[in-house]
Design a protein around this ligand. Structure first.
Ligand SMILES: [Fe+2]
Length: 275
């Protein structure tokens, strides 16, 4: 197993949940939303408000908010999943899902909040002696938290969603077809060096969809790219079932992609263009 795992950069490790379902905390739901604040928090506020609607797994109508995570007193909470931990067995086993969400993702949340707090303290005290360390922590945990939000929302039980004609049309224009995009995305995911991600994203400068590899979470990014579809290829995402067979995990990932969510994110991203 890859022991350069994300916990090596974490500042704390929350306790594991023993349940087979994601935690459902009604109190968290009370402050779900806050799209404008979240846009600002991720540096995207200048691009404007959400414009897309989502399908059966997203919010109906114009309420789709890809940044909907619980927030309280400026700190991020752990977002809930839209399905039980055992709902994606066609691709990912329940134990991996539980560990991935309740421990790994939770650790990014804690690390992100901690980095933000430490930088706030530095500003208050006008003491920037450790600014390089905390900026590094902010990038690692912030990028990790964001990408896990995309990844978990990008999935749904097998057979519950299908790519729409609108999404197929977009993929045809930018990649030559949906299947070509999937082959490119899979190849990128299989060949990430070490731990990282493959990401389908929208680049507003060129008004184009692109595929990127990310090492760790924050390396090899392009500024301004909005992630539309992400697959986690850190070993913690697949090792229990697949061991070193990353390619098999990548192939099976397509069975549980939430195409409604992918389309909603793609349309939302295009709506962010300033012109
Ligand atoms: Fe992960």
């Amino acid at each position: 197993m890859n022991h350069t795992d994300e916990t090596s950069q974490q500042t704390s490790s929350p306790a594991s949940s023993a349940t087979t379902s994601p935690p459902a905390d009604p109190a968290r739901r009370a402050f779900l939303g806050g799209g404008a604040a979240a846009l600002a928090a991720w540096g995207l506020g200048a691009f404007g408000a959400p414009t897309a609607s989502a399908g059966s797994h997203g919010a109906e109508g114009g309420g789709f908010d890809p940044f909907a995570v619980p927030k309280e007193d400026g700190a991020y909470g752990l977002f809930e999943l839209d399905y039980p931990y055992d709902a994606l067995e066609d691709a990912i086993d329940a134990k991996t899902m539980e560990l991935h969400h309740s421990i790994h993702t939770e650790s990014y949340r804690v690390g992100l909040n901690n980095a933000l707090k430490e930088l706030e303290t530095a500003r208050a005290g006008d003491d920037f002696a450790k600014v390089q360390y905390w900026q590094n922590q902010l990038a690692f945990h912030g990028a990790g938290f964001m990408l896990h939000l995309v990844f978990f929302k990008n999935m749904a039980p097998a057979g519950t969603t299908r790519p729409s004609s609108a999404l197929r049309s977009l993929m045809r224009r930018h990649f030559g077809g949906l299947e070509a995009m999937k082959r490119h995305f899979s190849a990128a995911a299989r060949t990430v060096e070490g731990s990282g991600w493959a990401i389908l994203g929208y680049q507003p400068v060129g008004d184009r969809f692109i595929i990127m590899q990310a090492e760790k979470h924050q390396n090899h990014t392009q500024w301004g790219v909005f992630p539309v579809l992400a697959i986690d290829v850190w070993e913690h995402a697949y090792y229990l079932r697949y061991q070193n067979r990353r390619a098999e995990y990548v192939d099976n990932f397509w069975k549980v992609v939430n195409w409604d969510n992918v389309e909603a994110r793609a349309l939302f991203a295009r709506g962010m263009r300033p012109s």
